[in-house]
Write a protein that binds this ligand. Structure first.
Ligand SMILES: [Cu+2]
Length: 102
């Protein structure tokens, strides 16, 4: 590898993370029931997200993979989502009693 290539590679490596962390779109609150807990994906049967998407069951990435250890199928969750991002942020498990009372 030439010296120029090394410099170029270092430059590209520096740019990549900022390119991946694109600007977030509009923020919404998603509420739903977990239908599957994957290794780094959570499948959620979510209700209508006003102004974003209708009710459906779909997989989402999560902001922190560790949270998946605390979540199980059937859990009622609430999370923040951003338009066209398909990632759940600040996931909160809603206690069953509270979810039922609603
Ligand atoms: Cu959806």
């Amino acid at each position: 590898m030439s010296r120029w290539m090394v410099v170029l590679a270092a430059f590209v490596a520096m740019l990549l993370p900022s390119a991946v962390a694109q600007q977030k779109g509009k923020q919404f609150t998603l509420k739903g029931k977990v239908t599957d807990v994957g290794k780094d994906v959570l499948t959620v049967d979510h209700g209508n997200v006003e102004g974003y998407m209708g009710a459906m069951t779909m997989p989402y990435k999560v902001d922190k993979v560790d949270i998946l250890k605390a979540i199980k199928t059937g859990d009622q969750i609430e999370a923040t989502v951003y338009a066209d991002d398909y990632t759940l942020y600040n996931i909160k498990v809603v206690p069953a009693a509270k979810a039922k009372a609603k």
